[in-house]
Design a binder for this molecule. Sequence first.
Ligand code: BGC
Length: 336
Amino acid sequence: MNQSAKIITLENEKLKLKIMTFGAILLSLEVKMGENKHYDVVLGHDNLENYLRYSDTYFGAIIGRNANRIKDARLTIENQEYQLEANERTSNLHSGDNGFHNQYWSIAEYEPDHLVTLSYLSEDGEQGFPGNLKTSVTYEINDTTLRIKIDGVSDQTTIFNPTSHSYFNLNGHASGSIENHYVSLKALSYQPVDQALIPTGHVESVMGTPFDLFEGRQLKTSLQQPHDQLEIANGFDHNFVIDHHYCGNRPFAEIIGDQTGIRLEMFTNLPGVQFYTGNGIPEMTGKNNAHYSHRSGFCLETQYFPNAVNEVKFMSPLIKAHQKETYETLYHFTWK
Ligand code: BGC
């Protein structure tokens, strides 16, 4: 296995990205609005040591095999029970310490002005899951659009529910709180969580609650509304059910940085999105001496519903042996 992290640059006239082979981490994403107006819109660190030190925040990493939490770190696949690492009290979060975010990926394909594909073989039993799972992630840029495509195929039925865990701040990564961002999310319902942030299994309407972001509003308008679910998570840390009219080629999310005017529209073929408002970002020094803390960035993690593997009524995140799956999320940037 290659034990040294390489950094790859992708650049065209509008976007510049840096990606690290360790964790397939998106280190930076510069939006080039014009001369002297380049904004790096994702949080990150200058060195691998800080990625390891703050690994609980999962800045920019590819998460897998399973994103978010699995209750009691336990699941059953084809009548066989599997015990996973409990890395957050009794739960498994983001697949534990051996998750994709902590692995060295290989460069399978690289065209500097267009795309990079990183691949990784997760062996049978790794993270506690069955099957040899071959996976790859492709970061591809085209004008002002970034596409993140994640493929997976296994030799046994297993879970495959990866996501990208970038923290965005559309005013620039070092510009402080994201609470003044304008956010629209095309979701009519969301999943309430228990004290351990595991969905209770219910799906609730967003109507009349701070979770109603359908028409778009300033984030702080919702965050300031009293609601027990916002209290439990200290902000948003919930899975929204993407309205089926907004799967595929209509954006399910639109976010605008109030200071730069950078607008991000997101598209996906996945059924849910975890909206996390950076409630648990610790005080730290990030790349270029930036100061990060609570609410310095937000994540929109497209995925199957959290703990879906233990909830029969949710779409299953399992893939059958030799069934190749491809999940994609597009990030389309515009500005005036
Ligand atoms: C989870 C949060 C968690 C964060 C960093 C997010 O995907 O929803 O609860 O704190 O990742 O670990």
